[in-house]
Design a binder for this molecule. Sequence first.
Ligand code: IMP
Length: 427
Amino acid sequence: MPVVAIIGAQWGDEGKGKIVDMLAARARYVVRFSGGDNAGHTVVNPRGEFKLRLTPSGVFYPGVVSVIGNGVAVNLAVLGQEVDELTARGVDTSRLRLSDRAHLIMPYHIILDGLQEEALGAKAIGTTLKGIGPAFADKVARCGIRAGDLLDKAVFRQRLATVLEQKNRLLTMAYGKSPLSLDEIYAQYCVYADRWAPYICDTTALLAGAIARDEAVLLEGAQGTLLDPDFGTYPFGTSSSPTVGNACLGSGIPPRYLSYVLGVYKAYQTRVGGGPMPTELKDETGEKIREIAREYGTVSGRPRRCGWFDAVAARFACRINGFDGIAITRLDVLDSMPVVRICTGYELDGKLITDFPAGVAVLERCRPVYEELPGWREPIGRVRSYKELPLNARKYIRRLEELIGCPAVLISVGQHREQTIVRKQLF
Ligand code: IMP
């Protein structure tokens, strides 16, 4: 009963796309369970480089069913564009399935995301402006619209009319903007309804069938644990949970069927958007990491903030998710570093702490305490087994394992599928 969850363990952009793409070769189902098109998963395979936002990273394999689960907020325009691009590049997207319970991003969500960020001024979250926060807020406020609502156009129109009345009040009275037209949105979403109806189904039933047949299922996380609404650097985070708890909730797979939870960590730290990041390097080393690793947002193109590996945050992410094993990605980015540093604690008001604090005001005051290890200063992109890694690279990995408290079962040394050291087969 192999059901494997792949979970981002930092602030997103850990290289989950590559890991999922690699593991998907042995899977039957690849399921997105959270986030929306704020995610950007880069996959490099023999067909070239692909930047996926909503489509599960298993789409490139002919035997894989790609599921967008109930926990995802879906922008159907973006999904349409993505599917068209994939089709144009020869990728078969006919096995894509969309949960009838998935919430839809509506035009007012995107407008409100922008207006809310603007109103926050210097205190803005730095969202991707894709309408993610407002869409998930509507889900819990019980005024969202779900993919399944499109299947009955009369019901959909009624629901849209009720919700839009509220949204137009907000847009006109709170923000002084023009109201949106019910007829226009209805007409636009009827076009989406016609296109997507064949893909919309009860994906929980689909996955229950897969589990009953003992077929391998991969749950593909988006974003990272430190952006979680409960456990992340709130309010500087995203609006759906990237943790293993939501892998179940956002797919409808009961926790008892999870067989392995893989945490994905980059060999250093990055963050995009606002919020504290204790190990951020605002110097030439940070710049060097960004340039070597091309650390610019997949979705927004924004430069990512770069820094040394934060083992305090890493251990916390491992505790929250209960990882069985971890993947360390982009180790090759550190190849030319004379020394590598790991943050093993924070200095807070003159005291050493080793637990990740809840409040951002506290985290802002934390200063990283580093341990320094010698670099390996040789290219490792061709290494395919752990014992072939330079001694100092092995020492670095061993220290990360010790500090996180979990074995590194996969080590990625380049962006191509084969540039991976596999120490344990997960399927
Ligand atoms: P939102 O998810 O667009 O609302 O953005 C909220 C915060 O999460 C911002 O700091 C974003 O930069 C961050 N974020 C959202 N999605 C990703 C991602 O896929 N990778 C990294 N950061 C993300």
